[in-house]
Design a protein around this ligand. Sequence first.
Ligand code: 6CS
Ligand code: FE
Length: 300
Amino acid sequence: MTITDTKIADLYPTRSGERTEVLDRPGPVVHGTAADGPMDAETLRHYEDKGYLLIDQLITPAELDELRAELKRLSTDPDARADERTIVEAQSDEVRSVFDVHRTNAVVKKIANDPRIVARAEQLLGSQVYIHQSRINYKPGFVGKEFSWHSDFETWHAEDGMPEPRAVSISISLTDNYSFNGPLMIMPGSHKKYISCVGGTPEDNYKQSLVMQGAGTPDPQTLTDFADEYGIDVLEGRAGGAIMFDSNCMHASNGNVTPFARSNVFIVYNSVENTCVEPFAAPAPRPEFVGSTDFSPAGS
Ligand code: 6CS
Ligand code: FE
Protein backbone atom coordinates (compact mmCIF):
# COMPACT_ATOMS: atom_id res chain seq x y z
CA MET A 1 0.00 0.00 0.00
CA THR A 2 1.26 3.53 -0.56
CA ILE A 3 0.92 6.65 1.59
CA THR A 4 -2.46 8.19 0.89
CA ASP A 5 -2.47 11.82 -0.24
CA THR A 6 -5.64 12.79 1.63
CA LYS A 7 -5.03 15.59 4.10
CA ILE A 8 -6.26 14.73 7.61
CA ALA A 9 -6.62 17.03 10.60
CA ASP A 10 -3.39 17.62 12.49
CA LEU A 11 -4.24 17.03 16.15
CA TYR A 12 -0.57 17.18 17.14
CA PRO A 13 0.90 20.31 15.51
CA THR A 14 4.65 20.71 15.99
CA ARG A 15 7.69 22.49 14.53
CA SER A 16 5.49 25.28 13.18
CA GLY A 17 5.14 27.90 15.93
CA GLU A 18 7.53 30.32 17.56
CA ARG A 19 7.16 28.82 21.02
CA THR A 20 6.86 25.46 22.72
CA GLU A 21 3.36 24.40 23.73
CA VAL A 22 2.36 21.55 26.02
CA LEU A 23 -0.92 19.98 24.88
CA ASP A 24 -3.11 17.36 26.54
CA ARG A 25 -3.05 14.06 24.66
CA PRO A 26 -6.66 13.13 23.85
CA GLY A 27 -7.97 9.57 23.97
CA PRO A 28 -6.84 6.37 25.64
CA VAL A 29 -3.28 5.04 25.81
CA VAL A 30 -4.35 1.39 26.09
CA HIS A 31 -6.95 0.50 23.45
CA GLY A 32 -7.49 -3.16 24.37
CA THR A 33 -8.58 -4.99 27.54
CA ALA A 34 -7.24 -7.82 29.70
CA ALA A 35 -9.51 -10.18 27.74
CA ASP A 36 -7.80 -9.25 24.46
CA GLY A 37 -4.35 -10.66 25.05
CA PRO A 38 -1.67 -12.09 27.38
CA MET A 39 -1.37 -9.12 29.76
CA ASP A 40 -3.52 -8.77 32.88
CA ALA A 41 -5.49 -5.71 34.01
CA GLU A 42 -2.76 -4.63 36.46
CA THR A 43 -0.10 -4.61 33.73
CA LEU A 44 -2.38 -2.64 31.41
CA ARG A 45 -3.16 -0.13 34.19
CA HIS A 46 0.56 0.40 34.80
CA TYR A 47 1.12 1.00 31.09
CA GLU A 48 -1.84 3.42 30.90
CA ASP A 49 -0.52 5.41 33.88
CA LYS A 50 3.27 5.24 33.41
CA GLY A 51 3.51 4.73 29.64
CA TYR A 52 5.67 1.60 29.83
CA LEU A 53 5.89 -1.99 31.07
CA LEU A 54 8.76 -4.35 31.80
CA ILE A 55 8.97 -7.97 30.66
CA ASP A 56 11.43 -10.28 32.40
CA GLN A 57 13.06 -12.96 30.26
CA LEU A 58 11.02 -12.37 27.08
CA ILE A 59 13.39 -14.43 24.92
CA THR A 60 15.27 -17.68 25.60
CA PRO A 61 19.05 -17.87 26.12
CA ALA A 62 19.33 -19.56 22.71
CA GLU A 63 17.42 -16.70 21.02
CA LEU A 64 19.60 -14.21 22.86
CA ASP A 65 22.75 -15.92 21.59
CA GLU A 66 21.36 -15.89 18.02
CA LEU A 67 20.59 -12.16 18.20
CA ARG A 68 23.98 -11.36 19.71
CA ALA A 69 25.70 -13.21 16.86
CA GLU A 70 23.78 -11.04 14.35
CA LEU A 71 24.69 -7.93 16.33
CA LYS A 72 28.38 -8.80 16.02
CA ARG A 73 28.13 -9.76 12.33
CA LEU A 74 26.28 -6.56 11.37
CA SER A 75 28.81 -4.35 13.11
CA THR A 76 31.86 -6.00 11.52
CA ASP A 77 30.66 -7.08 8.03
CA PRO A 78 32.08 -4.44 5.58
CA ASP A 79 28.99 -4.58 3.32
CA ALA A 80 26.65 -4.12 6.29
CA ARG A 81 28.77 -1.25 7.58
CA ALA A 82 28.70 0.48 4.19
CA ASP A 83 24.90 0.26 3.92
CA GLU A 84 22.92 3.54 4.34
CA ARG A 85 20.83 1.77 6.99
CA THR A 86 23.89 1.54 9.22
CA ILE A 87 24.48 4.65 11.32
CA VAL A 88 27.95 5.27 12.76
CA GLU A 89 28.65 7.20 15.97
CA ALA A 90 29.58 10.87 15.49
CA GLN A 91 33.06 10.73 17.01
CA SER A 92 34.20 7.20 16.32
CA ASP A 93 33.69 4.62 13.63
CA GLU A 94 31.72 2.41 15.97
CA VAL A 95 28.28 1.43 14.71
CA ARG A 96 25.49 3.30 16.55
CA SER A 97 22.44 1.65 14.91
CA VAL A 98 21.38 -0.62 12.07
CA PHE A 99 17.88 0.11 10.78
CA ASP A 100 15.27 -2.02 8.99
CA VAL A 101 16.57 -5.26 10.50
CA HIS A 102 13.06 -6.74 10.71
CA ARG A 103 13.20 -6.94 6.92
CA THR A 104 16.87 -7.53 6.17
CA ASN A 105 17.71 -10.01 8.92
CA ALA A 106 16.02 -13.43 9.27
CA VAL A 107 16.73 -13.74 13.01
CA VAL A 108 15.24 -10.32 13.82
CA LYS A 109 12.35 -10.85 11.39
CA LYS A 110 11.36 -14.02 13.28
CA ILE A 111 11.33 -12.38 16.72
CA ALA A 112 9.62 -9.23 15.39
CA ASN A 113 6.70 -11.37 14.20
CA ASP A 114 6.63 -13.62 17.25
CA PRO A 115 3.24 -13.89 19.04
CA ARG A 116 4.95 -13.17 22.39
CA ILE A 117 5.46 -9.61 21.12
CA VAL A 118 2.75 -9.12 18.46
CA ALA A 119 -0.06 -10.27 20.77
CA ARG A 120 1.06 -7.74 23.41
CA ALA A 121 1.27 -4.94 20.85
CA GLU A 122 -2.18 -5.82 19.48
CA GLN A 123 -3.61 -5.84 23.01
CA LEU A 124 -2.15 -2.41 23.80
CA LEU A 125 -3.18 -0.87 20.47
CA GLY A 126 -6.55 -2.62 20.18
CA SER A 127 -6.05 -3.77 16.59
CA GLN A 128 -3.74 -5.63 14.25
CA VAL A 129 -0.33 -3.95 14.03
CA TYR A 130 2.37 -3.46 11.41
CA ILE A 131 6.05 -2.62 11.90
CA HIS A 132 6.81 1.04 11.36
CA GLN A 133 10.54 0.84 12.11
CA SER A 134 13.19 -1.46 13.56
CA ARG A 135 16.77 -0.92 14.61
CA ILE A 136 19.58 -2.54 16.53
CA ASN A 137 21.14 -0.02 18.91
CA TYR A 138 24.67 -0.83 19.95
CA LYS A 139 25.62 1.85 22.46
CA PRO A 140 29.14 0.40 22.58
CA GLY A 141 31.36 0.70 25.64
CA PHE A 142 33.40 3.88 26.11
CA VAL A 143 32.07 5.66 22.95
CA GLY A 144 28.32 4.97 22.85
CA LYS A 145 26.76 8.42 22.73
CA GLU A 146 23.56 9.60 24.40
CA PHE A 147 20.05 9.86 22.97
CA SER A 148 18.74 13.27 24.06
CA TRP A 149 15.24 13.71 25.55
CA HIS A 150 12.49 13.33 22.97
CA SER A 151 9.09 11.87 22.13
CA ASP A 152 9.35 9.33 19.32
CA PHE A 153 5.81 10.13 18.24
CA GLU A 154 6.69 13.83 17.72
CA THR A 155 9.24 12.73 15.12
CA TRP A 156 7.05 10.04 13.57
CA HIS A 157 4.16 12.52 13.31
CA ALA A 158 6.27 15.38 11.92
CA GLU A 159 8.51 13.38 9.59
CA ASP A 160 6.75 10.07 8.85
CA GLY A 161 3.11 11.22 8.84
CA MET A 162 1.91 9.08 11.77
CA PRO A 163 -1.53 10.57 12.62
CA GLU A 164 -1.96 9.51 16.29
CA PRO A 165 0.32 8.17 19.04
CA ARG A 166 -1.34 4.72 18.68
CA ALA A 167 2.03 2.97 18.45
CA VAL A 168 4.22 1.05 20.86
CA SER A 169 7.96 0.33 20.86
CA ILE A 170 9.67 -2.70 22.30
CA SER A 171 13.31 -2.62 23.34
CA ILE A 172 14.67 -6.15 23.77
CA SER A 173 17.88 -6.04 25.83
CA LEU A 174 20.79 -7.92 24.26
CA THR A 175 23.16 -6.95 27.07
CA ASP A 176 22.54 -6.25 30.76
CA ASN A 177 21.21 -2.72 31.29
CA TYR A 178 22.83 -1.30 34.42
CA SER A 179 22.27 2.12 35.99
CA PHE A 180 25.69 3.12 34.64
CA ASN A 181 25.87 1.99 31.00
CA GLY A 182 23.23 4.24 29.44
CA PRO A 183 19.91 2.44 30.12
CA LEU A 184 16.61 3.79 28.83
CA MET A 185 15.19 6.58 31.04
CA ILE A 186 11.48 7.44 30.87
CA MET A 187 9.53 10.23 32.57
CA PRO A 188 6.59 8.12 33.86
CA GLY A 189 3.25 9.69 32.87
CA SER A 190 4.80 12.14 30.40
CA HIS A 191 3.13 10.25 27.52
CA LYS A 192 -0.17 11.94 28.41
CA LYS A 193 1.15 15.35 27.42
CA TYR A 194 2.30 16.27 23.90
CA ILE A 195 5.09 18.81 23.52
CA SER A 196 4.64 20.88 20.39
CA CYS A 197 8.23 21.84 19.57
CA VAL A 198 9.52 25.02 17.92
CA GLY A 199 11.52 25.24 14.72
CA GLY A 200 11.10 23.42 11.45
CA THR A 201 12.44 20.20 9.95
CA PRO A 202 15.57 20.59 7.78
CA GLU A 203 15.63 18.79 4.44
CA ASP A 204 16.96 15.21 4.81
CA ASN A 205 16.89 15.76 8.58
CA TYR A 206 17.27 12.00 9.22
CA LYS A 207 20.88 12.19 8.02
CA GLN A 208 21.78 14.03 11.21
CA SER A 209 18.88 13.15 13.53
CA LEU A 210 19.72 9.43 13.52
CA VAL A 211 23.21 10.30 14.74
CA MET A 212 22.08 12.99 17.18
CA GLN A 213 18.54 14.36 17.19
CA GLY A 214 18.10 18.15 16.95
CA ALA A 215 14.71 19.11 15.54
CA GLY A 216 11.87 17.99 17.81
CA THR A 217 13.88 17.94 21.04
CA PRO A 218 12.17 20.07 23.72
CA ASP A 219 13.87 23.08 25.34
CA PRO A 220 15.59 22.77 28.74
CA GLN A 221 12.90 24.70 30.62
CA THR A 222 10.08 22.46 29.35
CA LEU A 223 12.17 19.36 30.14
CA THR A 224 12.88 20.72 33.64
CA ASP A 225 9.17 21.30 34.24
CA PHE A 226 8.45 17.75 33.01
CA ALA A 227 11.14 16.19 35.17
CA ASP A 228 9.85 18.11 38.21
CA GLU A 229 6.32 16.86 37.51
CA TYR A 230 6.94 13.25 36.44
CA GLY A 231 10.37 12.29 37.74
CA ILE A 232 12.70 9.95 35.85
CA ASP A 233 12.56 6.15 35.90
CA VAL A 234 15.88 4.46 35.01
CA LEU A 235 15.01 1.11 33.43
CA GLU A 236 17.67 -1.42 34.42
CA GLY A 237 17.22 -5.02 33.36
CA ARG A 238 18.94 -8.25 32.41
CA ALA A 239 19.72 -9.30 28.84
CA GLY A 240 16.77 -11.22 27.39
CA GLY A 241 14.24 -8.93 29.07
CA ALA A 242 12.30 -6.16 27.33
CA ILE A 243 10.62 -2.80 27.80
CA MET A 244 7.45 -1.82 25.92
CA PHE A 245 6.77 1.90 25.90
CA ASP A 246 4.20 4.23 24.43
CA SER A 247 5.26 6.21 21.35
CA ASN A 248 4.79 9.53 23.17
CA CYS A 249 6.84 8.87 26.33
CA MET A 250 9.48 11.51 27.01
CA HIS A 251 12.61 9.35 27.07
CA ALA A 252 16.39 9.51 26.74
CA SER A 253 19.52 7.55 27.52
CA ASN A 254 22.95 8.69 28.68
CA GLY A 255 26.24 8.06 26.97
CA ASN A 256 28.17 4.95 27.89
CA VAL A 257 31.68 5.50 29.35
CA THR A 258 31.84 2.02 30.86
CA PRO A 259 33.34 -1.07 29.22
CA PHE A 260 29.87 -2.69 29.14
CA ALA A 261 27.87 -2.18 25.90
CA ARG A 262 24.15 -1.46 26.23
CA SER A 263 22.73 -3.07 23.10
CA ASN A 264 19.10 -3.73 22.17
CA VAL A 265 16.75 -4.58 19.36
CA PHE A 266 14.14 -1.84 19.00
CA ILE A 267 10.92 -2.52 17.06
CA VAL A 268 8.02 -0.09 16.57
CA TYR A 269 4.47 -1.43 16.14
CA ASN A 270 1.82 0.91 14.77
CA SER A 271 -1.93 0.20 14.64
CA VAL A 272 -3.17 -0.73 11.17
CA GLU A 273 -5.86 1.87 11.91
CA ASN A 274 -3.19 4.57 12.25
CA THR A 275 -1.18 4.14 9.06
CA CYS A 276 1.13 6.94 8.02
CA VAL A 277 0.08 9.65 5.58
CA GLU A 278 2.05 12.65 4.33
CA PRO A 279 4.47 14.14 6.91
CA PHE A 280 2.78 16.73 9.11
CA ALA A 281 5.88 18.94 9.51
CA ALA A 282 8.60 17.98 7.05
CA PRO A 283 9.29 18.73 3.39
CA ALA A 284 9.23 15.04 2.39
CA PRO A 285 8.72 11.60 3.92
CA ARG A 286 11.80 9.85 5.36
CA PRO A 287 13.22 6.80 3.56
CA GLU A 288 11.53 3.39 3.81
CA PHE A 289 14.24 2.07 6.16
CA VAL A 290 13.23 4.61 8.82
CA GLY A 291 9.47 4.87 8.25
CA SER A 292 7.91 1.83 6.55
CA THR A 293 4.95 2.13 4.19
CA ASP A 294 4.41 -1.64 4.20
CA PHE A 295 1.25 -1.77 6.34
CA SER A 296 0.83 -5.56 6.16
CA PRO A 297 -0.01 -6.91 9.64
CA ALA A 298 2.85 -8.23 11.73
CA GLY A 299 2.78 -11.84 12.82
CA SER A 300 1.71 -13.17 9.45
O1 6CS B 1 13.89 9.19 14.44
C1 6CS B 1 13.55 8.08 14.80
O2 6CS B 1 12.61 7.45 14.27
C2 6CS B 1 14.37 7.38 15.88
N1 6CS B 1 15.02 8.29 16.76
C3 6CS B 1 15.03 8.16 18.07
C4 6CS B 1 15.95 8.99 18.88
N2 6CS B 1 14.17 7.35 18.72
C5 6CS B 1 13.11 6.75 17.91
C6 6CS B 1 13.57 6.34 16.58
O3 6CS B 1 14.30 5.16 16.60
FE1 FE C 1 13.48 7.33 20.83
